[in-house]
Design a binder for this molecule. Structure first.
Ligand code: PEP
Ligand code: MN
Length: 364
C-alpha cells in the first residue's frame, strides 16, 4: 500500500505543538523541526476540545494564518484538528493541507457526519483518531462516514483509549484494537500518536518503536520550543531536537525480511501472544498499585496484613471464574498464590517502613 502523505517514504513523521499558542512559538517550532530533517508534516491544534472548561481552549482562527506562514517558510504541509463543519470551512479557505478529527469528536457520530458532509466532493486529506472509548466499531463507523463522502486521502490515528484505575499510560494503547482496525480496513493509513498514549516523555520512545514494529505507517509526536511552559499537554511534549533524536533512535525492521522463512500465520499468533503478555504485566502492575494503597491504609488503621476471610473470598472468586473459562484449577491456584504472595510482600514492606519510623520516634 502506498503512503499518500509521503509517497516516496514508507513512514510519515508528523510533529508540532499540541496547541498553537503564539505566532512566534508556532514558527520557531516549525523552523527548528524543519532543521532536524526528521519531520514530514507540521501539526498544531487551534481549536482544543478540552475535557473540562477553563483550561486553554485554543487560539482559534487566527492560528490558521500562522500555519500559512509555516507552510511558506518551511515548505512543510500543515495539519489541524477540526471538530465541526465551520472549522473545516475555515481550514479550506486557508489552504490547510491535512485535517484530523480528534478522539472526543470521533466519539460523536453526528459531529463526524457533519465534517464528512462539509467535505463531500472535495478530496481533502483527513485523518480520524480513535474514539476515547475502546470501541472498534465507533472508529470504523467514523471512517465509513468519511469513505461514504467520497474521500480517498484518509488515515486513522491510534492515540490509545481512556480507562479507569491506576495510570501507567495516559490512554491505554490496547494495540489489538488498532490491529483489528487495520485488518478491517487495510487500505487506510495507520499513524500512531505516542504522545497521547503516554502522557509523559519517558515512554514515548518505547511506544513509538512498538508502533513501527507493528507495521504502522507513521508517527505523530507533539513538540514544543519550551515543553514545560506549554499551555496544554506540557508533560508529554518534547523539544524539536528531542523529537528528532527519538526518530533517529528508532529501529526500522523490514516486515518482509522478518517474515522470510517464517510462517506468517505463526507470526500473527505470536504477535497476539506478545500483546496479551504485555497486558498481563500491565494489569498485574495496576493490581499492585491498589495493593500498596491498601497497605498504606492498613498502616494508618493499624490493621493486620493478612485477613483470612478476605483471602478465602478472593481465592474462591478466582476458582469460580477459572472454571467458567475452562482453566485448570491447579493452574489458577498456583497463579493466585503467587499474586497473593507478592501482594503480602509489598504490604509488608510498607508496614515495616512505618515500624522503623515509629521506633526512631520512640528513641527520641
Ligand atoms: C491532540 O492531538 O492534541 C489532541 C487533542 O488529541 P486527542 O484528540 O487524541 O485527545
Ligand atoms: Mn495534545
Amino acid at each position: 500500500m502506498m503512503n499518500w502523505i509521503t509517497p516516496n517514504k514508507k513512514h510519515t513523521f508528523i510533529s508540532g505543538p499540541c496547541s498553537a499558542e503564539t505566532e512566534g512559538q508556532v514558527i520557531e517550532t516549525a523552523l527548528r523541526l524543519k532543521n532536524t530533517g526528521s519531520v514530514d508534516v507540521f501539526r498544531a491544534g487551534i481549536w482544543k476540545p478540552r475535557t473540562r472548561p477553563g483550561s486553554f481552549e485554543g487560539i482559534g482562527e487566527i492560528g490558521l494564518s500562522w500555519l500559512k506562514t509555516v507552510k511558506e517558510e518551511t515548505g512543510l504541509p500543515v495539519m489541524v484538528e477540526v471538530a465541526r463543519a465551520s472549522h473545516v470551512e475555515m481550514c479550506l479557505r486557508q489552504g490547510i493541507d491535512i485535517m484530523w478529527i480528534g478522539a472526543r469528536t470521533t466519539a460523536n457520530p453526528f459531529a463526524v457526519q457533519e465534517i464528512a458532509d462539509a467535505l463531500k466532493g472535495i478530496d481533502q486529506p483527513i485523518l480520524l483518531k480513535n474514539p476515547i472509548n475502546p470501541d472498534l466499531n465507533l472508529w470504523l463507523g467514523g471512517m465509513e462516514r468519511l469513505l461514504k463522502a467520497g474521500l480517498t486521502h484518509i488515515g486513522a490515528i491510534h492515540r490509545g483509549f481512556s480507562f479507569t484505575g491506576e495510570k501507567i499510560y495516559r490512554n491505554r494503547p490496547q494495540w489489538q484494537i488498532a490491529i483489528d482496525f487495520k485488518t478491517e480496513m487495510p487500505d487506510v493509513l495507520m499513524i500512531c500518536d505516542p504522545s497521547h498514549i503516554c502522557g509523559n516523555r519517558t515512554m514515548l520512545q518505547q511506544v513509538a518503536q512498538k508502533a513501527l514494529d507493528l507495521n504502522f505507517d507513521g508517527l505523530m509526536i507533539e513538540s514544543h520550543i519550551t515543553p514545560d511552559k506549554a499551555w496544554s499537554d506540557a508533560e508529554q511534549q518534547v523539544t524539536p531536537e528531542a523529537y528528532a533524536a527519538m526518530i533517529d533512535n528508532l529501529v526500522f525492521r523490514d516486515p518482509q525480511a522478518a517474515q522470510s522463512g517464517i510462517d506468517p500465520i505463526l507470526e500473527h499468533f505470536r504477535g497476539q501472544i506478545d500483546l496479551i503478555d504485555e497486558e498481563i504485566v500491565s494489569i498485574l502492575a495496576s493490581r499492585m498499585q491498589v495493593v500498596q494503597a491498601i497497605g498504606n491504609y492498613k498502616k494508618d488503621k493499624r490493621m493486620t496484613i493478612l485477613q483470612a476471610e478476605r483471602w478465602k473470598e478472593i481465592f474462591q472468586k478466582y476458582v469460580d471464574s477459572a472454571r467458567q473459562y475452562g482453566l485448570g484449577i491447579e493452574f489458577i491456584t498456583d497463579i493466585v498464590k503467587a499474586i497473593h504472595n507478592e501482594s503480602i510482600d509489598q504490604q509488608e514492606r510498607i508496614l515495616s517502613a512505618s515500624n522503623k519510623k515509629i521506633s526512631s520516634t520512640t528513641k527520641k
